[in-house]
Design a protein around this ligand. Structure first.
Ligand SMILES: *Cc1c(COP(=O)(O)O)cnc(C)c1O
Length: 394
């Protein structure tokens, strides 16, 4: 694919990875096919040998999926992307590529619920051990590393505490000891944060969230900075069979085109909502990277292009009042997921993070009263009016 290195983010979001259909000149072609016809027996053999780059079978590669992989890899500044059937498939591709019997994972204690839960429930069966620490303090990462540590895994801003981790500082630690660092960039998307530029080796996404952004697809992606890691990850994806479907890729590519303008609007709304909540007499606390009261406000300004659209807050009356609020929201939907065009509200302790032990929740700062808001692209006045009427019911 021809790329102009000078193109800005939004131009790349529209054009990167793009190919135009050779037969009909279609601007948005989709190759909804499982297999590809070879020109001859020799051609088929060469495709399998890798001496011809022709397509073979959709689990291994497909032009529609490839376009999306190229586009996201380009936006993240990586060598190559591997699209997966879901964000959890992407997490597992990273785990399977870099963890093995006798190996050890060091990860942030506030991760997407299942990213942590599987390490504690499924992976011990294969002899993998782990340490979950507060990575917002890089020294805790350094102290948790053992001779058998083979992967560092971060999420920043973290789900659902919105705590921010210093990617550059942790990438330095990872490089000193030559252990790959993967960052879950779901909460920012490459529009707001570029972990590879800060020294991470891999970035993963639940593209279900910001990148697709329309609550109609479940999808994932891993982007590797280096060819060697890319090949390791692709081999796991192809052999596990957690590939994306062409239709899923085609819709996700469509969502990606408007990523920048969707985030700009939702972020503007989120700032207004955070300021409204912070002043409300029934609200005890608000965590949002755009507020100077955020514990890592300065780091957020340095590391992220903007504060994003995710807000966590607690009511003075705790969980009981939080439930009244959630049950009375009319415009915002009471639903998990995030990063879409619609405003969503949920309760992590009883929903997305309910599989974690109470000790793990406590250590990660996921209190019972924490309510998580994903601010959408509706009119800010309407989102605030919705919160206002629901808070009046508390
Ligand atoms: C949703 C999410 C995942 C998992 O992605 P799915 O697409 O739901 O499988 C992983 N990490 C983060 C931060 C998420 O928000």
């Amino acid at each position: 694919m021809q790329h102009d290195d000078n193109l800005g983010f939004d131009s790349l979001a529209v054009h990167a990875g793009k190919f135009h259909d050779e037969l009909g000149g279609a601007v948005s072609p989709i190759y909804q096919t499982s297999t590809f016809k070879f020109e001859s027996a020799d051609h088929g053999a060469k495709c399998f040998q890798g001496t011809d780059s022709g397509y073979i079978y959709t689990r291994i590669g497909n032009p529609t999926i490839g376009e999306l992989e190229d586009a996201v890899a380009r936006l993240e500044g990586g060598y190559g992307g591997i699209a997966t059937s879901s964000g959890m498939a992407a997490v597992n591709v990273v785990y399977l590529a870099f963890l093995a019997a006798g190996k050890h994972l060091v990860a942030h204690n506030s991760l997407y619920g299942p990213s942590r839960a599987i390490i504690e429930s499924l992976y011990p069966k294969f002899g993998v051990t782990s340490s979950f620490i507060d990575a917002t303090d890089p020294e805790q990462v350094r102290n948790a590393i053992r001779p058998e540590t083979s992967l560092l895994f971060l999420e920043t801003p973290a789900n659902p505490t919105i705590g921010i981790t210093d990617i550059k500082a942790i990438a330095q630690i990872a490089h000193e000891i030559n252990i790959p660092l993967c960052v879950d960039n779901t909460f920012c998307s490459p529009y707001l944060q570029k972990p590879l530029e800060l020294g991470a080796d891999m970035v993963m996404h639940s593209m279900t969230k910001f990148i697709n952004g329309h609550a109609d697809i479940v999808a994932g992606m891993v982007v590797a900075a280096k060819k060697e890691h890319y090949q390791q990850l692709r081999s796991v994806m192809v052999n596990i069979g957690c590939n994306m479907d062409p239709h899923q890729a085609w819709l996700t590519r469509r969502g990606l085109k408007t990523l920048g303008i969707r985030i700009d609007r939702a972020q503007e709304n989120a700032m207004k909502v955070a300021l409204y909540l912070e002043k409300h007499p029934k609200i005890a606390w608000v965590i949002y990277p755009g507020l100077p009261s955020h514990p890592q406000y300065e780091l957020g300004l340095r590391q992220m292009k903007g504060p994003g659209t995710m807000i966590s807050f607690g009511l003075k009356g705790g969980l009981e009042e939080g439930k009244v609020l959630m049950n009375n929201m009319k415009l915002a939907l009471l639903a998990v997921s995030l990063g879409g065009i619609e405003t969503l509200i949920q309760h992590p302790a009883s929903m997305t993070h309910s599989k974690l032990s109470s000790e793990a929740k406590h250590a990660a700062g996921i209190s019972d009263e924490l309510v998580r808001l994903s601010v959408g692209i509706e009119n800010a006045e309407d989102i605030i009016a919705d919160l206002d009427q629901a808070l009046n019911m508390v």
